[in-house]
Design a protein around this ligand. Structure first.
Ligand code: SF4
Length: 638
């Protein structure tokens, strides 16, 4: 196996003519695993122009730029040519709370659109210590391998003995095999078998949605191991430390109490009362068994411990013991696991939900898409449209069996592994009307008929139905909008939450911090300036947010996006939620709001982007490179 040294001479340096801002290394590490018939791996450091760093920052933003640079929009995401980027940020390694994060950015095998998954762990810190701002992997190893990046040395090691191992077993074996100082990102059996919603796991956490685990599995990479010692300079280290201390103090205040006390599941009972808890594949918004699943009940009935991501002062993670497995590791439970593997599948037994969540984590499967696809199949069985009579709502044994089949690729699991949109296509009939997905990504735990600003956010999201890129549910739970009456003017509020999320995901900080800021863009500018030495402003950062969202949209256009993708499934349109006549979403109103959203983004009413707008945002280089596609887009619009 050929080993190649990354060339440190091509690394941007403060001593050279190129000035690298504080917090950055000024380059990305480009790793090519080689074509199918070779066993080589090549790596080189590629300088990133400082103007790119200032325009895209890091995380999701810089990752989108890297994918556009690599021409990934037009690739099959599971082909060797497809790029997958692990992107750090200027804040990683700083004393700022919740800053140990990275983004995994690729084209999604589930949606065939842009996908960015954010995650926290020591992998972010160790990965950046290699001396790069991102790691971009292309090609395909000839056999199952571990990609080992030991600062300037990049090599492949055989992983045949790990193939088939769960995420936790893989992590355990790698920790034994490598010495201390290493961090790992791994895939489970689902990633190996190209489950379209397979995750990448690291230290028990997952870069979860959209199937980045399958992208790595298609490259024959079971794990990435990173170790390094390179550090970045901070522009104003003393002031940065003071700011970090103040932020840490605020992060432990009232704005984050609810996450510390009960975790992200804290709102489960409230959602149920408001008829917004998706139940039995979104057939209802109220689940009669919610009380037993609530964190209030579960924390009385079983042992619970709190955990923190690396470099976090909040600690929203709540780990619950399984009542039937004394001594076993507990299960990390989030609202999204709980809703998707509980009410969505009609399951009210907490032990089943915890076991299902654990098996998804072991297999490396996104819990929302797993629960969403299984719940969709259950409804198809209920309606007599699918001949899998064992797969019934409320049947915990069936839920656990379905997860096992997805992970092992056996029997009906192969079809479930495709996600609900592809499954609906193979089942046929009118099943696509009730497959709860947008662009192929299964809906998170927010009933769109009851939360109509969120309905707009879900419909237009570049990643598909997503609660992390659009935080529009916050608008619905405020006095700023009527959650049962979507009007075009609400588009501005949906944009506001989406813009903020784009900046948070590119800085990168945890979204649970957002309540501590009084002037989010101004405070973000202040922290970035102390890290980088820039003199950026709140206005500039708002422009950065808009640029990043437009860049993602542009990626999707190059990948074949058409306006009819920006909608919700027929189930949610023109018919009220059962038992809640007020929860009705009018299709015309949704369309009018989408048009308003597009216009306020500076796009055409249908959502196309013209050359002038790309130029205004500094994205015109991608327009020229993709001229053929751009012409096709322009000529197909009115
Ligand atoms: S608040 Fe929760 S999700 Fe955010 S960094 Fe801390 S532990 Fe992780």
């Amino acid at each position: 196996m050929q080993k190649e040294q990354a060339d440190p001479n091509t690394t941007a340096s403060t001593s050279g003519h190129r000035h690298v801002p504080g917090g950055y290394h000024g380059n990305y590490l480009s790793v090519n695993l080689g074509p199918d018939d070779q066993t080589s791996v090549t790596a080189q450091r590629v300088s990133i122009d400082p103007s790119v760093l200032r325009r895209f920052l890091g995380g999701s933003g810089l990752g989108t730029w890297l994918l556009l640079e690599h021409g990934s929009a037009t690739c099959d995401p599971l082909s060797p040519a497809a790029a997958i980027a692990f992107v750090f940020s200027p804040l990683v390694g700083s004393p700022l709370t919740t800053s140990a994060k990275f983004a995994v950015v690729s084209k999604s095998p589930l949606t065939d659109r842009i996908n960015d998954s954010l995650a926290s762990s020591g992998f972010a810190i160790a990965g950046k210590s290699v001396g790069c701002d991102a790691l971009v992997v292309t090609g395909q190893a000839a056999s199952p391998s571990i990609l080992v990046i030991d600062q300037d040395e990049v090599r492949l090691e055989p992983a045949e003995s790990l193939w088939g191992a769960t995420c936790s077993d893989t992590q355990r074996q790698l920790t034994e095999r490598f010495s201390s100082g290493w961090q790992f990102a791994v895939i489970g059996p689902a990633g190996e078998r190209l489950v379209r919603y397979a995750t990448i796991s690291h230290d028990g956490r997952h870069a979860g949605r959209g199937g980045s685990g399958a992208v790595l599995g298609a490259k024959n990479i079971k794990a990435i191991a990173v170790r390094g010692t390179k550090t970045c300079q901070w522009a104003a280290p003393g002031d940065l430390l003071q700011l970090a201390k103040a932020m840490s103090k605020k992060s432990m205040g009232s704005a984050t109490d609810k996450y510390r006390e009960l975790g992200t599941a804290t709102n489960l009972l409230l959602f149920n009362r408001l008829n917004t808890l998706p139940t039995r594949n979104f057939q209802q918004g109220y689940f009669e068994g919610a009380a037993a699943l609530s964190p209030e009940s579960m924390s009385i009935a079983r042992k619970r411990t709190r955990a923190y991501c690396a470099a976090c002062t909040i600690g929203c993670e709540h780990i619950y013991a399984l009542s039937d497995q004394e001594g076993a590791d507990g299960v990390r439970l989030e609202y999204e696991n709980l809703f998707a593997l509980g009410p969505l599948c009609g399951i009210g037994d907490p032990d089943v939900v915890l076991n299902a969540s654990r098996r998804c984590d072991d297999m490396g499967i996104d819990t929302i898409s797993a629960g969403g696809t299984i719940a969709f199949a259950m409804e198809c069985v209920q309606r007599g449209q699918l001949d899998q009579p064992w797969l019934r709502f409320g049947d915990g044994v069936a839920l656990l069996k379905a997860i096992e089949l997805i992970g092992t690729g056996e029997g009906f699991g192969r079809e479930l592994a495709q996600g609900s949109r592809r499954l609906a296509k193979s089942i046929g009939g009118d099943s696509i009307r009730f497959a709860a997905q947008v662009k192929g990504l299964e809906l998170p735990g927010y009933e769109p008929r009851s939360l109509q600003t969120m309905a707009l956010g879900l419909a237009v999201g570049t990643r598909g139905a997503d609660h992390n890129r659009s935080g529009a549910y916050e608008v619905d739970f405020s006095a700023r909008a009527d959650r049962h009456d979507l009007v075009p003017a609400t588009a501005a509020l949906a944009i506001e939450t989406e813009d903020k999320a784009a900046l948070i995901d590119s800085l990168i900080l945890c979204k649970f911090l957002r309540g501590i800021f009084t002037d989010f863009y101004g405070e973000a500018a202040e922290m970035l300036n102390l890290v980088t030495g820039w003199e950026t402003t709140a206005d500039e950062l708002q422009c950065v947010s808009r640029r990043i969202i437009t860049a993602k949209k542009w990626f999707n256009i190059l990948a074949g996006w058409t306006p009819d993708e920006d909608t919700l499934p027929a189930r949610f349109l023109n018919q009220p939620l059962p038992d809640d006549p007020a929860a009705q979403l009018d299709k015309q109103q949704l369309s009018a709001s989408i048009r308003m959203y597009n216009e306020q983004r500076g796009w055409s009413p249908e959502g196309w982007i013209d050359r002038q707008h790309l130029e205004d945002l500094g994205l015109a280089c991608f327009d020229r490179r993709a001229m053929g596609f751009e012409v096709a887009c322009v000529s197909s619009r009115r």
